[in-house]
Design a protein around this ligand. Sequence first.
Ligand code: ZN
Length: 447
Amino acid sequence: MISELVLCVVEEKNPEFWRAQAQTTLKSALSRKLNTNVAKNIVLFLGDGMGITTITAARILKGQLENQTGEETVMTMDTFPYVGLAKVYSVDFQIPDSAATATAYLCGVKTNLNMVGLSAAAQNGVCRTQKGNEVTSILKWAKDAGKSVGVVTTTRVQHWYSDADMPASAKRDGCTDIAAQLINNTDIDVVIGGGRKYMTPKGTVDPEYPLDRSSLGKRQDNRNLIDEWISMKKEKVAHYVWNKKEFDAVDPETTDYLMALFEPGDMRYEVERDPLMDPSIIETTEKAIRILQKNPKGFFLLVEGGRIDQGHHASRASMALHEAVALDNAVARSLQLTNEDETLTIVTADHSHSLSFNGYPFRGNSILGKSPLYGQDLLPYTTLMYGNGPGHKIIDNKRPDIRSNKTESRLGPNVMETESRLSPSECEPDSKLGPNETETKSRSRPK
Ligand SMILES: [Zn+2]
């Protein structure tokens, strides 16, 4: 690290270094030709809870994982030529959640908090109000256009309901759970993530964790949605897999449909992943693209880094940031497998988190470490902090002394203690590479 820092600093002390860098950036922006093609394929990367602070911290972590100082690192998503910001409030709340935002970025409609696939005319928690207020999504639009569609995530693919989690009133009103909707709504060609137990009858023993009671099947209606899905696809080449070995054996060239569920619930965090049992988000993204891109009419693929959010909820910045780095690596893999002339690639987030980046850490200081300067109470503090969430402590009117704490796994200081982190509404960055669809649509129409 020290020799890297010395190298960096030597060139950075030369004013010409910065001016040349600015010139290169400017020239590349000016010489870029506007891509006015109609996008045949869309790959949408969604970092759940990946706000701007998370992106900055993940960028530094990515560099530090490669033994660089980190700050100067360029993530793959940073190389995209177009960047914008989106306002992410809900119709009824100042802040959004993952459901309302999913409705916004997949269906193009802002809605109420906790509602997915419904307009704001429906009421949160009142299932009978959903009738007539359903909105269609880009998955359906893509299917109607003859394209293939896929969803890849690192969480449960149902996120999170089986019928066992539904209130009795919702069942009485004839509403169905998300797991059932997953197989009965839009015909999705590729579904990859976790969530086996929401698909199988109550008490079904999990193949990977046969002794674990929390991994048992949950469904009260006794339906086995995996079996149902397989029989629905009988006419086609459809594979259901639940481990890495089976996953690797799936030949994208001959596969029409793939459902891969690697865990009973969410997939494991990237840093805790068993590479012999579960593939990385890079591998799942690649498999999905290879299956979907056989369709001559194109495809739509959503790749969600879903556990960035979950790491933040638990005050585990390290987990969240490693997930964000993995998502960026999946973006890189996707760019290698697709062509900018026909594929629109978007990287964005649904909402932010209360992560802040502060203090005066020296260049190259671990992004998960402590500031070298102490507070007025003569105690150190971490570079990254959360505004709320688990871990807040004041003892005898003092902050805890973290000098001997390893901050790499969990961060301490929060302004306010809550059971889990609350999601703030921060403008979300969108980066875009490839054809500009809006622009193209108006240009390609005959005048
Ligand atoms: Zn979210």
